[in-house]
Write a protein that binds this ligand. Structure first.
Ligand code: TNX
Length: 496
């Protein structure tokens, strides 16, 4: 496939004459530090091509690190394909992993298939590419709390993210309707909180094992992707309260794992047992997930229970707060400080852009003004504006759309036009915008086929915008038309 079909679009690509063809005798020259990239290239190409790509010192395909190429940053790479040789270079190992995905896209689409493909010439067009991402946070969130997905599917999800050079896989692990991460000290979180009754009595449930999650983290790391874990607090915790009612505001009350969608009134209490719980859970999360960032939710937390609780009101008074509503920021500040003491950076959802404590990285979802406000206060910001990045919203309001999240439509064009830097941002504010991320909430999406239908091709547009910066709609469309052959080879579902 020509370089003009690459998605995301590389920073610079100059096509030259001729082809390089990979065959059974093609070998790899693997520089120091390039072993992970060589392994990934083999892993990705083996199923369809059967090519062994053995190592050899006089090989025609070279993968090498050159730490002096600092302009390439952590993720950039240079790729030269000439008739007799291929050279992939980067300053850092992750850059080589990105370049491997480009090599894969330059091959004919059957190279991406999961089964042996016969009679295909594995040729790459000659080209000179220098490629550096525009934004350093290019994320995709998957909500496995509302509908559980097996870890095998999460691995496929990661594979598809890697193809698009997405680098953050945000796993929404807990919510009112389900708790999916095991915590040794609190076994009922998954035993009780992992299972909910449906209104019709048919149960829905599931939880990961620790080793499945650790395996997923390693799998993602081999593809240059960080798994960002999210544990919701102090709201969106009904599943945890069903398991451990004493963590709430009314310990005498038995609650079920929530069977409805929306914002639930029941939230964590504010007492020391709750902070013990949060620390214990997050210690286990940090053990399993090496991500420098840990997400602790913070969204949609009604304060009615705190207002009605003498204990919460007293806590607010003792902390010198204006009232129970201020416990939200105070709570997140305490837990955030715990993460910071452990060398991690807390992340939270912004409701207004001004309510998260200092030091939080903010996912601004409701309004571009919130992204601006958060950045102006000194927060690092990831733009997750719902009207461009909520892939649970329908793609169109056409009759062919299955019933889904009621809300605004997010069309492919909306995603493509989504600038991570909000309009009107001054240069200081713009510098604090790390990038953008897609959200797939799963109230109305239970099956892998539906998840993929909602994710692609919209994620292609988000990947293009965050890696390449602005591209023209016509250019994007023509690349996407050819990229579709790759998605087809990977059997990405295009029907709900
Ligand atoms: C709002 S955005 C939520 C989620 C829902 C989503 C549905 C955010 C941080 N919270 O709990 O699933 O809307 O679109």
């Amino acid at each position: 496939m020509p370089a003009s079909s690459l998605l995301p679009r590389p920073t610079e690509a100059h096509a030259t004459a001729g082809h390089f063809t990979l065959g059974p005798r093609t070998c790899l020259r693997i520089g120091e530090g390039a072993e992970p990239a060589a392994r990934l290239l083999r892993t990705l190409l083996a199923p369809a091509t059967g090519l062994p790509l053995h190592p050899a010192d006089d090989a025609t395909v070279t993968l090498t690190l050159d730490r002096t190429l600092t302009d390439l940053g952590d993720e950039g790479y240079g790729l030269t394909v000439a008739p007799q040789a291929v050279l992939l270079r980067a300053a850092q190992p992750t850059g080589l992993l990105r370049g491997v995905q480009t090599i894969r896209q330059l091959l004919p689409p059957p190279a991406l298939a999961a089964s042996p493909q016969r009679g295909v010439r594995w040729s790459l067009p000659c080209v000179e590419i220098t490629d550096v991402p525009r934004h350093r946070w290019r994320g995709a969130m998957l909500d496995v709390a509302r509908h559980f997905q097996p870890v095998s599917y999460l691995r496929r999800y990661v594979d598809l993210l890697a193809l698009h050079k997405i680098n953050v896989f945000h796993l929404h692990l807990t919510d009112d309707q389900g708790w999916r991460m095991p915590v040794a000290a609190y076994p009922k979180l998954t035993e009780v909180g992992g299972l909910r009754a449906r209104p019709d009595g048919a149960p829905h449930g599931g939880a990961y094992t620790r080793s499945e999650l650790a395996g997923l983290v390693a799998y993602a790391a081999e593809r240059g992707i960080t798994v960002l874990p999210e544990i919701e607090m102090p709201g969106h915790v009904r599943a945890a309260l069903a398991a451990y009612p004493h963590l709430g505001n009314r310990p005498d009350r038995a609650l079920d794992v929530w069977t409805r969608w929306g914002v639930c009134d029941t939230v964590l209490g504010v007492h020391e047992e709750v902070f013990d719980f949060c620390r214990t859970v997050l210690e286990e999360v940090m053990d399993v997930f090496p991500s420098p960032y840990v997400h602790i939710g913070g969204d949609e937390c009604p304060v009615t229970e705190w207002e009605e609780s003498p204990q919460a009101r007293a806590c607010a008074r003792e902390a010198g707060l204006s009232g129970p509503a201020a416990l939200h920021g105070w709570f997140l500040g305490r837990v955030g400080a715990f993460l910071v003491r452990n060398g991690r950076r807390p992340v939270g959802w912004a409701e207004t852009g001004t309510e998260l404590p200092d030091g939080f990285t903010v996912l601004a979802w409701r309004d571009p003004a919130h992204a601006r406000a958060a950045a102006a206060r000194g927060h690092d910001v990831v733009n997750a504006h719902h009207r461009a990045t909520y892939f649970d919203y329908p793609l169109s309001d056409g009759p062919q759309e299955p019933p889904g999240q009621p809300g605004a439509v997010v069309g492919l064009r909306d995603v493509h036009a989504h600038d991570p830097v909000p309009a009107g941002a001054d240069p200081d504010t713009a510098a604090r915008v790390l990038g953008a991320q897609a959200q797939l909430w799963t109230e109305y999406a239970a099956t892998p086929a539906r998840l993929e239908y909602l994710t692609y091709p919209r994620l292609c547009a988000l990947a293009d915008r965050t890696w390449s910066g602005p591209t023209s709609w016509t250019d994007f469309r023509s690349r996407l038309d050819r990229h579709t052959a790759r998605l087809d080879a990977l059997e990405v579902s295009r029907h709900p």
